[in-house]
Write a protein that binds this ligand. Sequence first.
Ligand SMILES: Nc1ncnc2c1ncn2[C@@H]1O[C@H](COP(=O)(O)OP(=O)(O)OP(=O)(O)O)[C@@H](O)[C@H]1O
Ligand SMILES: [Mg+2]
Length: 495
Amino acid sequence: MDVNKQPILELKNISKNFRSIQALQHVDFDLVEGEVHALVGENGAGKSTLMRILAGIYTEYEGSYYLDGKEIQFHSPHDALEHGIGMIHQELSVIPELSVAENLFLGRQPVTRWGIIDWRSMEQVAQKELHSLGFDIDVTMPLERFSLGTQQVIEVFRAILSGARVLVMDEPTSALSPAEVKQLIELVKTLKSQGRSIIYISHFLEEVVQVADRTTVLRNGVSVGTLDSQEATVDRLIGLMLGREITRSTHPEEIGSEYQETLLEIKDLNADVFSDINLNVKRGEILGLYGPIGAGHFDLARALFGLYKFDSGSIILDGKTFPHGHSARYAIENGLAYATESRRKSLLLDDAIYRNITMPHLSKIGTLAPQRAKELAAAVPAIQQVNVNPPDPLNPVGKLSGGNQQKVAIARWLTFPPKVFIMSEPTRGMDVGAKSEVLGLLRKFRDEGYGVIVASSEPETILAVCDRIVVMSRGRIVSRLENKNLDKDALMRLI
Ligand SMILES: Nc1ncnc2c1ncn2[C@@H]1O[C@H](COP(=O)(O)OP(=O)(O)OP(=O)(O)O)[C@@H](O)[C@H]1O
Ligand SMILES: [Mg+2]
């Protein structure tokens, strides 16, 4: 990076609080033309808040903001975009039913001189733009036909087509498969080579050290340092993020179960998206279901819990055969717990943390007064066990950072522990510290004699905790392995 270049954008001495929470304190951040500046930090460190200020979403803050050396204040995201700053959020804002071209021009479709939407020129421009960046996509197809990774790419293009020269990407890869991540990283590099400037937020530090020219670390709302690419290693970033050392375990210390008893048996399970699934989970073991998004493992997890229809086969938990077409309520009452990969669907974001935790257990807690006191008494130990931060049980879940929301989704099942935990992407969107805490929790469940199923597309997560691994591809089991002497590449090759 050319250090003599003037920053195109500078945030100076930024502070922001949400009532009692000091989300940012005196943070300085700048961006130079043509650089990738990464922003990392634990869940709740303040990354999204800082970027929301930058992108005109939060208009109330202390400190000053300069664009091309001139002080400025944005009044809305639209205003920020008019000045060339586009933000790509983790939750996609594209519309799946519309075509790629329509999505790209959403809200600003070109019109002919007769005042009607000019489809032809829209499609031509879209096709040409995508092609120039190395993407050969039929822009007339509905967006939903494409993978999540491609949809994410479209989201990026949309910002570019609206004239963004600064792109803010908040955890763009957290829901993508490894191949899609590669594609996106390549795109970031291409955009950079075209002179665009990018702010890149991610919990995948390997990715960060690959793409970033500089990396700024936030800890508890304070900027604790900016490293350039020669200085930034994964371990140094972790040290700065946490202010302490953690043991990054890449493999379970010991594998193999001391129990022999089978807890869960799945026989010949078939549905539209998976077939011939035969599996069992022993007491005291973690079974990994590994595969790319679309491999059927997430739907299989849902089917076990009664949320996805299967056509034939049987599910036997602790000797008891589930009736065909069982409900989620039945699954809960008989000892299954399930945390979905899409957190936002399973949490009531406006409701208090404690309500989110007690929600599936109200029939056990009872609904007689003192209702709230009983619910709090049930929820608080679970909140402590997973270390939700901040731990106030009355706080709405929506006010927590992404990683802490995920902890609530897990804590929910600790009030009345099940026999088998099924978790899809248990660590998606979590920082290294939170990740190691959650993986630690899964090991603890195992050691206490529960059965655990982890469905994931992240090889790191699977390798870090699973005793046995079942690899799925296109709805079928393609391989079964003990987690011994395996590495990420070996695992990825199996799909
Ligand atoms: N709208 C809000 N109301 C109240 N508190 C908020 C709000 N948004 C964020 N916070 C709090 O501000 C702090 C910073 O949150 P922020 O979302 O910026 O973290 P983050 O670094 O993006 O975390 P993650 O990696 O989990 O996404 C957290 O303590 C969070 O609980
Ligand atoms: Mg965030």
